[in-house]
Design a protein around this ligand. Structure first.
Ligand SMILES: Nc1ncnc2c1ncn2[C@@H]1O[C@H](COP(=O)(O)OP(=O)(O)O)[C@@H](O)[C@H]1O
Ligand SMILES: [Mg+2]
Length: 239
């Protein structure tokens, strides 16, 4: 057995806000080059899980390994520098800067032997950003801002991405453009965890799924059975 380790492995993750526990012993594995969809109702703990992995929430885990290296307890900037890109729900872009300037703020060196992301490559991935390089981010639609948030994270040349509800609040045509971009990133070899309430979007892009319900994992496996069986889905999602 010489299989490469999973890109991201979480074992027995607990998380809290003050004294309220919101994640309970969550296990999760993201295989190399795969897209894993994390499904769950509002308040299930999806965003908290991503924050916990990034070192941005009060959390405790038996282990969190990224590309074979333990990252539990590391400060957030070290986790990001290890190559884990994170696009939070609240799109972290600079509205006073242009598209091109926003991309520059995300630029970090690529690992040796890997093609660095450049604005030109970014604009191939998100063609509709190409025509607005000098536009202030403030004047962009929600969907365009979401693409810019992903683009800015890519400029850091991550090995893997955590995308928190990338399709949230987007018009259907923009959701499809975002799905195309996620598929293209997967073809580039990136491993991706995305949290989603939009099962159509998840169905377009994911290789595997997990369901969180009230802070606990209730399902891990292919998404298809959940799409085909509404009662099963409702059962896993919980109240
Ligand atoms: N900053 C916070 N302070 C206190 N409780 C929070 C905070 N953020 C989230 N929560 C609570 O933690 C639980 C999980 O929230 P969250 O991870 O945001 O869920 P999801 O992303 O799945 O909607 C919810 O009960 C939510 O109310
Ligand atoms: Mg959330």
């Amino acid at each position: 057995m010489s299989a490469a380790p999973d890109m991201l492995r979480i074992e027995a993750l607990d998380a809290w806000y003050a004294r309220a526990q919101v994640l309970f012993g969550v296990d999760l594995a993201l295989k190399r080059g795969e897209v894993l969809a994390m499904i769950g109702r509002n308040g299930a703990g999806k965003s908290t899980l991503m924050k916990a992995v990034m070192g941005l929430a009060t959390a405790k885990a038996r282990a969190i390994t990224f590309d074979g290296v333990g990252i539990a307890g590391l400060p957030a900037h070290r986790i990001a520098r290890a190559g884990l890109g994170y696009v939070p729900e609240e799109r972290r872009i600079f509205t006073n800067l242009t598209v091109a300037e926003n991309l520059e703020t995300g630029r970090r060196p690529a690992r040796p032997g890997v093609d660095a992301w450049t604005p030109a490559r970014i604009f191939e991935l998100f063609p509709n950003l190409a025509g607005m390089q000098h536009r202030s981010a403030r004047e962009m639609s929600g969907g365009e801002q979401q693409m810019l948030a992903v683009a800015r994270t890519l400029m850091g040349n991550p090995k893997a991405l955590l995308l928190d509800e990338p399709s949230e609040g987007l018009a259907p045509v923009i959701v499809d453009a975002m799905a195309d971009a996620v598929m293209a990133l997967k073809r580039e070899g990136l491993s991706i965890v995305l949290s989603e309430q939009n099962l159509r979007f998840a169905g377009l892009v994911c290789d595997a799924a997990v369901v969180l319900s009230s802070g606990s994992l209730t399902y891990a496996g292919p998404l298809r059975p959940l799409l085909d069986d509404h009662d099963l889905l409702e059962d896993k999602l919980g109240l």
